[in-house]
Design a binder for this molecule. Structure first.
Ligand SMILES: Cc1cc2nc3c(=O)[nH]c(=O)nc-3n(C[C@H](O)[C@H](O)[C@H](O)COP(=O)(O)OP(=O)(O)OC[C@H]3O[C@@H](n4cnc5c(N)ncnc54)[C@H](O)[C@@H]3O)c2cc1C
Length: 426
């Protein structure tokens, strides 16, 4: 079977109808730039609060990373808890709370708005990549209310994953159905939505903000930037806020349930490995397996229409074959990818780029629940509802950021270190 390479999402068909592009000039109270889960959630919340909102999206709302991710609604923070406790001792508790509340927020959004996205509250299994690492987990971690330490067989996952921690928070969904569901909510709200409208320039004039697009200009009292990996293409965004990272996902052809059982994946619980760069493996409602991440790529100028590379797809397939040796005949049916913005701290951030322009970035591979939550919190703040404690936790007083450590050399080194771990563990 030949693998189909997609420039969009493999999770759903791209909608045919787009909202019109901006033509001419207009004014509004608050403009939201970037219509992913973060921007759409911010716009929705502002409209709910009674503000006059315009949402401007370069392509189609929700069709960026929000529709292309692996669908894990994860309650983990973007960094190792021990590193967080060491480097952010005063903020670690708040960050864990932020991540958990993001899951609750997203689950509530799905339930309250009846978004049909196949959400399964399975929790997520965090698997040690080697037997030695699992022994260390056994020696250092105890099962609790929110998590269970288990060997692979006991957890109903394939033996090549050794064992790890089943975190009983969150689960998996179809991300394109979720993002497009949120898009429908925005389209049904009072938000004025412009798609196919890339913002080229944002200027804070002191008494207003001017947003320049190819077809016209918007004059707003305030603006919010939620452009994720594309943040650094706007001059007004804080310098070095994020590094664009391309993440690839692969979906197999359908796998019979008996084959999954025979592979040892009887629980079907979604798995992420604890490599430096994790690998994720989950089943879908169409009986396929989606696996992702493992091999990242970076670029200073991300292109929205980028396609996955064959060498990266081949490497992801190798990773799949290593962990699922009995599924050697299962072919990769399609591959796609998307851009995420990695912040220097690997954590969600929000702040003011200028007095009238705020930004949020909740990515780092955890944005599926965090982007909607942070977008909503930022909307509350910009809309005059005050600052929630969870927003305060990720808030940056200064728009200055230290250089990030994610670059082509470090992602390559991370990949090599992970493969060495795999080899030594065999
Ligand atoms: C393959 C992959 C797997 C992932 N897996 C997971 C996972 O399992 N769980 C998880 O929590 N997270 C995961 N993520 C990350 C998650 O998808 C993102 O963190 C989340 O979608 C970010 O939402 P967002 O709204 O910030 O960004 P996006 O969805 O990227 O939205 C940003 C939007 O801004 C628009 N835009 C950019 N520039 C401009 C401009 N100048 N003018 C107008 N519009 C502009 C873009 O077109 C885009 O629609 C994954 C990501 C990828 C790519």
């Amino acid at each position: 079977m030949n693998t189909t390479y997609l420039s969009g999402s493999g999770w759903a068909t791209r909608p045919m109808t787009l909202e019109p592009a901006l033509e001419g000039d207009l004014t509004c109270e608050i403009a939201v730039i970037g219509g992913g889960l973060g921007g759409m959630s911010a716009a929705l919340r502002l409209a709910e609060l009674g503000h006059d909102v315009v949402l401007v999206e370069a392509d189609l709302c929700g069709w960026g990373a929000s529709a292309r991710n692996a669908g894990y609604v994860t309650g983990t923070v973007g960094s190792d808890p021990r590193i967080l406790a060491r480097f952010y001792p005063d903020r670690a508790t708040g960050l864990f709370r932020f991540a958990r509340n993001a899951v609750t927020h997203t689950e509530k959004l799905i339930a309250d708005q009846d978004i049909d996205c196949g959400y399964r509250q399975t929790g997520i299994f965090s698997a040690a990549p080697t037997a030695a690492r699992f022994r260390r987990v056994l020696a250092t971690t105890k099962s609790g209310k929110r998590s269970t330490v288990a060997a692979a067989e006991q957890a109903g996952i394939p033996p090549a994953f050794h064992g790890g921690i089943h975190v009983h928070v969150g689960g998996v969904l179809n991300p394109a159905e979720f993002a497009l569901g949120v898009r429908e909510l925005v389209r049904g709200s009072s938000v004025r939505v412009f798609e196919q409208t890339p913002v080229h320039h944002v200027a804070d004039n002191g008494d207003s903000v001017t947003i320049t697009t190819p077809g016209g200009r918007i004059r707003a009292e305030r603006a919010i930037l939620t452009t994720n990996a594309f943040q650094n293409q706007l001059d007004i965004a804080p310098r070095r806020l994020s590094t664009p990272v391309w993440v690839t996902a692969v979906e197999t052809e359908p796998v019979p349930p008996e084959a999954l059982d025979a592979a040892g994946w009887t629980s079907r619980v979604p798995i992420v490995t604890t490599h430096l760069v994790m690998q994720s493996f989950r089943t879908t409602d169409r009986n396929t397996i989606v696996f992702s991440t493992r091999n990242l790529q970076t670029s200073r100028r991300p292109r929205a229409d980028r396609m996955p590379e064959q060498s990266i797809v081949d490497d992801l397939v190798r990773g799949f074959r290593e962990r699922f040796p009995t599924l050697g005949d299962v072919a990769p049916a399609q591959a796609w990818g998307g851009w995420i913005g990695m912040t220097p701290s690997n954590l969600a951030v929000a702040g003011q780029a200028t007095p009238r322009v705020s930004y949020s970035l909740a990515c780092n591979g955890h944005g599926l629940p965090q982007a909607p939550y942070l977008g909503t919190l930022l909307a509350d703040f910009v809309g005059g509802e005050g600052m929630h404690d969870d927003l305060r936790t990720v808030w940056r007083e200064s728009p200055r950021f230290a250089p990030g450590i994610v670059n082509p050399a470090t992602v390559r080194l991370g990949w090599l270190a992970d493969r060495l771990t795999d080899r030594l563990g065999r």
